[in-house]
Design a protein around this ligand. Structure first.
Ligand code: ARG
Length: 565
């Protein structure tokens, strides 16, 4: 709300100078550090300098303009500054009315204007364990997806499964040597992981296994029916691990077309590169030069094997045609920066003009005690187990706090997920993040459970109560602990828009922490359920608006709702 008034003052003054002096002046509008001076202040130096008139005249004119505006209580002049007090009570009332009226739609925006955004995220390499990097991609991608939807974008989400590649060659070799059909069917994730780990261990002492795996993969690429059948089966079984994680996180996709889907779509791309004279032979392989600043793209291996970039090239053309995106986002780790630079460069070289619609939404590593958390063979950190551990810890905390809670399991699940997801999303995605499960599950500090807990606290205050928004004491809103909170409530929409524009859920996550802190401060200073009817309505409205934002904000981060904990 203050933002809007600041904006209006700026526009009004700039218009005034344009019409009356035929001069374009950039007016600066700020919020004074010392609130005693007012809520908004406008320094007039720049105007004096441009118009070359005495300060008092300039100030007097500007005050005339500002006084005519709505929501202004008082305008004062101190030296070169015009200080403005706004009608806080009215503004606050408007904000609360809107929030309560709009409910879960509060904060919705139309900046997306129906534009189509395709998102590529999660993309685990199946037949390998679901890695921490893929978990980050899943959570960040899911949240960006939800935020963009809230901003009126027409979204389409794709899980570009890594369902083709040498890892399947390894699996097939391992299965043929040591596998047991029944055991796998009974316990697919465990058994397949064991096979994969065993392959890596044995290949260390017996490198010829790697040749066998390459040969097996070659057979797959040559469409050998037996091998394709095995591939299909291993693919299905290993997808169950990802499915478990998606179910837990409540994540779903519009398409699961993975790498294998593009097997028959690469030839035409390679032909096009060829016909445009871009392909070049290099030690038996086919490459495309991309200029001095970017290394060449390897399009076809010397043994004819297909490559990651060629597949992504085929995929992006297919998606452009099928989904007609205005923008395509790839939520993938920092280590693939070069890959996406090459992809864009290739498209431009081929004569297409949509490279700038492609955006690599990069993210950093997850660290535990400063070291990379990894799911490599041998030292397998099973992600599902990590999630389960968080849920277990949440259960213990809930049990200790509220032993009689009805559905402790379901609540623990929601709280455990909040811990993991928020623990990730509060960090700016591009940076490496230190991750500590125990810390993330706590109900206090900068955690997801803290936000859920604040929401639950509000829910319990408001349970069974009615709020009469038209019967509030609006003068209390001028008190700093009210106004600070209401100001934050008013910012929700612009925070969502910023998170969307920067593809950064961390902006929303940090805002929610600030909001919860302001609420808890308010809560410690005010008896919310007071006997004074008008005051009570004011307090309830503030609490309710906070709860609406916490719920909706957490939902946009992919964190489930809790009613009690
Ligand atoms: N499966 C790939 C990996 O784990 C990520 C795929 C990302 N998406 C893409 N279109 N390249 O490295």
């Amino acid at each position: 709300m203050i933002e809007t008034i600041k904006q209006q003052i700026k526009i009004k003054l700039e218009e005034y100078y344009l019409t009356n002096y035929n001069t374009k002046i950039d007016i600066i509008v700020e919020e004074p550090k010392n609130p005693e001076l007012g809520d908004i202040s406008v320094p007039m130096f720049a105007v004096v300098k441009v118009l070359k008139k005495p300060m008092p005249e300039i100030v007097a004119e500007a005050i005339q303009v500002i006084c005519k505006m709505d929501s202004i209580q008082e305008v004062m002049n101190v030296g070169a500054f015009i200080n403005i007090k706004i009608l806080k009570n009215k503004l606050a009332q408007d904000v609360l009315r809107v929030a309560l009226l709009e409910g879960e739609n509060y904060g919705a925006s139309d900046i997306g204007n129906g534009k189509r955004v395709t998102l590529d995220y999660s993309a685990p390499n199946i037949a390998k364990s679901f890695s921490v990097g893929h978990l980050r991609s899943t959570m960040i991608g899911n949240s960006i997806h939800l935020i963009l939807k809230k901003c009126g974008y027409d979204t389409f989400s794709i899980n570009y499964l890594g369902d083709w590649g040498t890892q399947f060659g390894k699996m097939i070799v391992a299965y043929k040597k040591w596998g047991n059909l029944e055991a796998i069917q009974k316990n697919p994730i465990q058994e397949l992981t064991n096979l994969y780990v065993r392959f890596h261990e044995e290949a260390k002492v017996n490198p010829s296994l790697d040749d066998d795996a390459r040969e097996a993969f070659r057979k797959m690429e040559l469409k050998d029916p037996e091998y394709l059948e095995l591939w299909r089966w291993i693919r299905e079984e290993s997808l169950k691990e990802s499915a478990q994680i998606y179910e837990l996180l409540g994540v779903d996709f519009d398409s699961y077309n993975g790498e294998a889907f593009y097997n028959d779509k690469m030839d035409s791309v390679v032909e096009e590169l060829e016909s445009k004279g871009l392909l070049k032979e290099d030690q038996g392989a086919q490459i495309v030069d991309l200029g001095d600043d970017v290394p060449p793209a390897l399009i076809k291996r010397s043994d004819g094997g297909s490559l990651y970039i060629t597949r992504d090239l085929a995929a992006v053309f297919y998606r452009k045609k099928e989904y007609k995106f205005d923008k395509i986002l790839y939520v993938v780790g920092n280590e693939q920066k070069l890959h996406f630079t090459q992809l864009k460069r290739l498209i431009t070289k081929m004569g297409y003009d949509f490279a700038d619609q492609i955006e690599h939404i990069n993210f950093g590593l997850y660290l535990t005690n400063g070291k990379k958390m990894s799911t490599r063979s041998g030292r397998v950190v099973k992600l599902y187990d990590v999630l389960m551990k968080a849920i277990g810890l949440a259960y213990d905390l809930i049990h200790a706090k509220n032993p009689n809670l009805k559905d402790k399991e379901a609540t623990a699940k929601a709280v455990g997920i909040a811990a993991i997801v928020f623990g990730d999303l509060k960090n700016y995605r591009g940076l490496d993040a230190e991750f500590d499960i125990e810390q993330s599950v706590k109900f206090e500090g900068q955690t997801g459970p803290y936000l859920q807990y604040t929401g639950v606290r509000i829910a319990s205050i408001l349970r069974g109560k009615t709020i009469e928004v038209e019967n509030m004491n609006i003068n209390v809103f001028e008190k700093p602990h009210y106004f600070e909170l209401i100001k934050q409530i008013s910012l929700f929409k612009s925070i969502i828009e910023r998170s969307a524009n920067e593809y950064a859920p961390s902006i929303l996550a940090k805002y929610l922490l600030g909001l919860a802190q302001s609420f808890n401060k308010f809560y410690s200073l005010e008896k919310i359920n007071t006997d004074d009817e008008q005051l009570r309505n004011s307090n309830f409205a503030v609490a309710k608006a906070t709860r609406i934002i916490l719920n909706e904000g957490l939902r946009l981060l992919g964190i489930p709702y809790v009613e009690e904990m």
